[in-house]
Design a protein around this ligand. Structure first.
Ligand SMILES: [Zn+2]
Length: 111
């Protein structure tokens, strides 16, 4: 029974065979990762954490809070050199099954 549900979830991405770079957590429709150039890509799975976008520190904190109250996993990675300036931004990673939703939210953020 449970497996039927899983299968259904996988079929949501029907028609799209997207590749995934495990090194960069990046989903790409290409044969090689646009970030690190690796060709060792595999098909993305719904539970994979994928790069969703870059947000301000403040926006990231509230995004994570809101997503987690909806039981949507969200990982924030501080972004910036961190040498002379404090980290001001986060890189946001969410599961592939939530990626479309979160990208939609990010698109609507100011700035
Ligand atoms: Zn890569």
């Amino acid at each position: 029974m449970g497996w039927d549900f899983v299968k259904k979830e996988e079929e949501l991405g029907e028609g799209e065979t997207e590749s995934f770079c495990e090194k960069c957590n990046l989903v790409c429709g290409e044969k090689r990762c646009p970030k690190c150039g690796s060709k060792k890509l595999r098909t993305v799975l719904s539970e994979d954490f994928c790069y969703a976008g870059r947000v301000s520190w403040f926006f990231g904190e509230s995004l994570k809070f809101n997503l987690e109250s909806d039981n949507i996993g969200c990982v924030l990675m501080p972004y910036g050199s961190g040498l002379n300036i404090p980290y001001e931004e986060y890189l946001v990673y969410v599961r592939y099954k939530n990626l479309t939703l979160v990208r939609e939210i990010l698109k609507n953020q100011d700035g």
